[in-house]
Design a protein around this ligand. Sequence first.
Ligand code: SF4
Length: 273
Amino acid sequence: MDSFFGLSYNMNLYRGCEHACIYCDSRSSCYQMDHLSKIYIKENALELLDKELAGKRNRGTVGFGSMNDPYMPVENDQKHTRQALELLARYNYPVHIMTKSDLVLRDLDILKQLSKNYCAVTVTITTADDELANKLEPNAPSSSTRFEVLATLRNAGVYSGITMMPILPFINDTVPNVMEMVDKAKAADVQYILPYFGVTLRDGSREYFYKMLDKHFPGIKEKYIQEFGGSYGCNSPRANALYTIFHERCKLHRIDTRMKTFQPKKDIQLGLF
Ligand code: SF4
């Protein structure tokens, strides 16, 4: 089980992602996607899911949103995420959804139903600044919209928080940005924030990211090359200071910095002896 997000299974009903975030790891060559924005719909995914769920004994948490956003625009018409959630609710599976989209609110009825067992919705927000977010995540809803989504989820009683990642070195790794995001999270009644003050880059994702740095942030690519070379993990040079400020601010606002994961009820076993 993934101890950070509490996932036993990962579900990708689509291949590719329309949100086009400039730092997206799904562009990495190891995933062999010809183009991130080319969306493939896995037509028989729901049929397969139904069969899988019927045969499984371990009701571990099913995660949505690792390789693409389950609520990208194509989901508006396709409704595959919604149908998968309906199936998971029917089989009483715990669910953890990661998204940047307000489309998740369309499924509030099912999220509330899933919450009787376990349902977490984690919204990724990397900056409090809508203009900057538009450069980093051009096709995703604005950061302001995402904070509103969180407030609505919380009002409905859904367990929800933020993945504050990636925080890009030399771009959004600033004290005011981190403070403002934690304060806005508090205003939205967010229950947890999971941070990473850095970004991961691999062959394929690095080239695209550098191209976008040249377009939107001239001179920053050179800083990355000098500081990180070809490293996978590119931690902010300010990471230590940011973690300290982040934890202090979260403590002040009583926001958890880890999420509560699904804990299966222990079987009551009869002792043989
Ligand atoms: S929403 Fe996630 S999967 Fe989609 S482009 Fe952005 S980082 Fe990649």
